[in-house]
Design a protein around this ligand. Structure first.
Ligand code: ADP
Ligand code: ASP
Ligand code: MG
Length: 405
């Protein structure tokens, strides 16, 4: 008998037939004698639909209210999934994130899990029931509903697996596992049998939405080994775990493309100590993640100025502009420009630690395709470039072909 945490994403619970299909799989495990905690997402399209409704009311909805709204998506699915299990004669109880004991901080729309007290979950498991938990949501210590960032049901599952010391954590989705690139964009992408936390973390943070990056961070921190697999068949998936020596033999494990970044450029920032600190502190205080940063010194007449460019999530662009514009009188830059037509293309692999010349090869491939590089950033195990969005998918296929095949 094993304690298993399973997570089913939006497509896997996308309609009532799919929910019945999930219930059948869960029932099979339950009949074998396993204890099951099942985390579900909102049905596909529901969260996007709710965000759209909110934006029809106001372009910058209050984030507490947005969480109140978004949390309803997962609550629909938990109830329907419990009902589908009942129809198969399996005892099942649905719990909201709060009822499952998921306590978060108060950063609405991207709250972090502080701790989990899964008392109710344990009791229900003891009673023989399948426990269905709403993904993506939690509650602050003073009872405010929060959500965990887009794709946050992955985090709910991994965090519950850690808190419950589960024997197995399975992330069911609409692909067979983690691929060398998004199979929807790169038809030659291959499924990986295994991948290290660090590689998965980079791929996820750089646009591979198959796993939410924070959930991978959490899994690494608490040593939760998990499997990404399909809810539509029984093929073995991809095991995500600590790096092994043999993984270093491969230079590039995967390629990812993030189309959800926007570039902001502040033109004519006075070139004085403390300017960057002011700008990035204000963005940080507004809980806006800044990714790549590039600064160019201008050599014109007059007092020295710089142009400062950085990237943020598209979803944060409006908020970031507001924060920046409020700083204008203090910092004194000349102009703010925003460009949403960018893509961030990255290659990732722990093997880069011991191989040289990888960046040069990537830039050569892009040059051959006539693709201009706008910004570059690297770490020990990844290289990212900002390029024109219109050419980004083409670039991704070219880079995949060069490094992976
Ligand atoms: P879920 O709703 O199950 O959470 P998501 O839509 O969030 O599923 O993630 C699954 C999708 O991630 C796949 O359909 C695929 O298009 C996309 N994806 C992006 N990069 C990868 C990758 N490297 N491997 C597998 N899937 C990927
Ligand atoms: N429903 C949420 C989203 O669409 C969480 C999730 O699916 O994991 O982002
Ligand atoms: Mg997802």
């Amino acid at each position: 008998m094993a304690l298993i945490v399973q997570k089913y994403g939006g497509t896997s619970v996308g309609n009532t037939e799919r929910i019945k299909n999930v219930a059948r799989r869960v029932a099979d495990y339950h009949r074998r004698g396993d204890q099951l905690v099942v985390v579900v997402s909102a049905m596909s399209g529901v969260t996007d639909g709710l965000i759209k409704l909110a934006k029809e009311i106001t372009p910058l909805p209050n984030e507490r209210e947005l969480d109140m709204l978004l949390a309803t998506g997962e609550q629909q699915t938990i109830a329907l999934t419990a009902m589908a299990l009942h129809a198969l004669g399996i005892p099942a109880v649905s719990l909201t994130g709060a009822q499952a004991g998921i306590v978060t901080d108060g950063i609405h729309t991207k709250a972090r899990i502080r701790n989990i007290t899964p008392k109710a979950v344990h009791e229900l498991l003891q009673s023989g029931a399948v426990v269905i938990v709403a993904g993506f949501q939690g509650e602050t210590p003073d009872g405010q509903i929060t959500t965990l960032g887009r794709g946050g049901s992955d985090l709910t599952a991994i965090a519950l697996a850690a808190a419950l010391k589960a024997d197995l954590c399975q992330i069911y989705t609409d692909v067979d596992g983690v691929y060398t690139a998004d199979p929807r964009i790169v038809p030659t992408a291959r499924k990986l049998d295994e991948i290290s936390y660090d590689e998965m973390l980079e791929l996820a943070s750089l646009g591979a939405k198959v796993m939410q990056s924070r959930s991978v961070e959490f899994a690494k921190k608490f040593g939760v080994v998990f499997e990404v697999r399909s809810s539509l068949n029984d093929n073995p998936g991809t095991i995500v775990k600590e790096e092994t020596k043999s993984m270093e033999g491969i230079v590039v494990r995967g390629v990812s493309l993030d189309k959800n970044q926007a570039k902001i450029t502040l033109v004519g920032v006075p070139d004085r100590p403390g300017m960057a600190a002011k700008i990035f502190k204000a963005l940080g205080d507004a809980a806006i993640n800044v990714d790549m940063i590039v600064q160019n010194i201008s050599h014109g007449d007059g007092p020295p100025t710089t142009d400062l460019s950085f990237t943020v999530d598209k979803a944060d662009l409006l908020k970031a502009r507001k924060v920046i514009e409020a700083l204008q009188p203090d910092v004194g830059f000349r102009q703010v420009l925003a460009n949403e037509n960018i893509g961030k293309l990255s290659i990732v692999g722990v093997g880069m630690k011991s191989h040289t010349g990888v960046a040069g090869r990537m830039f050569e491939v892009l040059a051959r395709e006539g693709i201009n590089i706008d910004m570059i950033s690297t770490s020990e195990i990844k290289i990212s470039v900002i390029i024109d969005l219109a050419r980004a998918e083409h670039a991704m296929r070219a880079v995949h072909a060069a490094f992976i095949g």
